[in-house]
Design a protein around this ligand. Structure first.
Ligand code: AMP
Length: 444
């Protein structure tokens, strides 16, 4: 019928009802991202090979074994090697720097949807061309600079909560979030932990599988990730004896993210700290996370991410942090089908509400998340712990917000918020607990 030519292994043709479900999921994901104030970006499907080698890391499975690479064509005057993107974060960071967004925009929030390519052994839930929806927050000032304070850890929680919102709205069952810290590149942080792990794992080396024995020197954290029972047993014993001793910054990040996320996760999503969790890409620092869901067999990760505070600088940019996630859309659909969930409606792109933190407290952020979870398009400044009201109102007006919900020192003490109509200028104080109902009523 096709002269023996078939779609390459690990790829899929998408048509009929499956196409419709896929499209509905894309709409849901971009609708939620916009509700959370993230803007779309599309980067090329292929990039210079060096981009992935530098960002994902030379000693990772992706770079060592799974890249679709096109060699240079000197005869055509093109001495570059190109690679089909195995993930989208590196491309987004490149674009952020190439277009000088760190200078013109400072903090940028992007979401993307598109195909990714990894030459893995195809199996259920593991394709060679698959699709990811992801989001990135780029440009977080990690240390105070002049009169600019360091960015709070809110962004690190924001991406986890947005991913959870998409997965939960998609109707997935048995959603579980696991999170961990992998430490950072500061002296004495990840490197100290790495050396202790290496020493402890080397002592039980003969029990580990061949791959893990090699990983001890090349990428010791991946040993923790191995699912083979023997390796798991050795790792468990090692983790019980080698406490994570990360730097104060990494600890503070986790101390903020963990309770904030747990408090705000959509109903039905379980969350747990899991010291076995590491990620397959080298650029992660600090908090990392993964979501799993029912109906997927052994490949049950529907998405994951974490912070990558060193990558912007590593790629030639300034010292600014970043964080993000990626969801595997085929796996989300598989799990959705197993849960017999109907394709959900995407949140409508309604009027914008701007939540202004005029006091350094997690409360205004929590309020913003609750509005978003109710489907209200809500912007929140992730770049600073707090700003003056005037500064916030300027931003709200520039963004075209209909309402501003302001929480300052006074409001916080009284358990209240100020709701301001951005067009007419009227404002009134309300109970913070009534903010959602008030906003809904006002927006009509
Ligand atoms: P990663 O970029 O490796 O963190 O992967 C993020 C998510 O993308 C995973 O949790 C999976 O849902 C999905 N994913 C990764 N690799 C594949 C693959 N080969 N086939 C299908 N989905 C994948």
């Amino acid at each position: 019928m096709t002269n023996g030519i078939q779609a390459p292994r690990g790829t899929k043709d998408l048509f009929g009802p499956e196409f419709d479900r896929f499209e509905a999921l894309e709409r849901l994901a971009s609708g939620v991202a916009r509700t959370w104030g993230y803007a779309g970006i599309r980067t090329p499907v292929f990039e210079d090979t060096g981009l992935f080698v530098r960002s994902i890391g030379e000693a990772t499975d992706i770079v060592e074994k799974e890249m679709f690479t096109v060699p240079p064509r000197e005869d055509k005057g093109d001495d570059k090697s190109y690679t089909l993107r195995p993930e989208n974060t590196a491309g987004v960071v490149r674009a952020y720097l190439e277009h000088n967004l760190h200078k013109t925009q400072g903090l940028a929030r992007f979401f993307y949807i598109g195909p990714q390519f990894r030459r893995e052994r195809p199996q259920a839930g593991r394709l060679r061309q698959f699709h990811q929806m992801g989001a990135e927050v780029l440009g977080l000032l990690r240390e105070a600079k002049g009169d600019q304070p360091a960015a709070p850890y809110t962004a690190y929680a924001d991406v986890i909560l947005m991913a959870a919102e998409i997965l939960s709205r998609a109707g997935l069952k048995g959603l579980k979030l696991r999170y961990n810290s992998v430490g950072c590149a500061k002296p004495g942080c990840r490197d100290g932990y790495r050396e202790k792990l290496k020493a402890a794992l080397s002592a039980g080396k003969e029990k580990l599988c061949g791959d893990c024995q090699r990983r001890i020197d090349r990428n010791v954290f991946r040993v923790l990730d191995c699912k083979k029972p023997n390796c798991r047993e050795v790792s468990a014993a090692v983790l019980a004896n080698v406490p994570q001793e990360f730097c104060a910054e990494c600890r503070a990040q986790m101390d903020f993210v963990s309770p904030t996320v747990k408090e705000l996760l959509p109903a039905g999503v379980e969350a747990a700290h899991d010291q076995f969790l590491v990620r397959g890409l080298d650029y992660y620092t600090g908090t990392v996370f993964e979501f799993t869901a029912e109906g997927l067999g052994s490949q049950d990760a529907v998405g994951g991410g974490g912070s990558y505070d060193g990558l912007i600088e590593e790629m030639g940019g300034p010292k600014l942090g970043a964080t993000g996630f990626a969801l595997g859309l085929e796996r989300v659909l598989m799990s959705q089908e197993a849960a017999k969930a109907a394709s959900p409606e995407a949140p409508a792109a309604g009027a914008l509400v701007y939540v202004a933190a005029a006091v350094d407290s997690p409360e205004p952020y929590k309020l913003a998340v609750r509005l978003r979870q109710a489907g209200i398009r809500t912007d929140f400044d992730l770049s600073a712990p707090a700003r003056g009201v005037g500064n916030h109102l300027k931003r709200a007006s520039k963004l075209g917000a209909r309402l501003a919900v302001i929480v300052g020192e006074d409001e916080l003490k009284a358990g209240e918020a100020t709701v301001k109509d951005m067009a007419g200028g009227e404002q009134r104080r309300i109970k913070a607990a009534d903010a959602l109902a008030e906003v809904k009523k006002t927006l009509g």
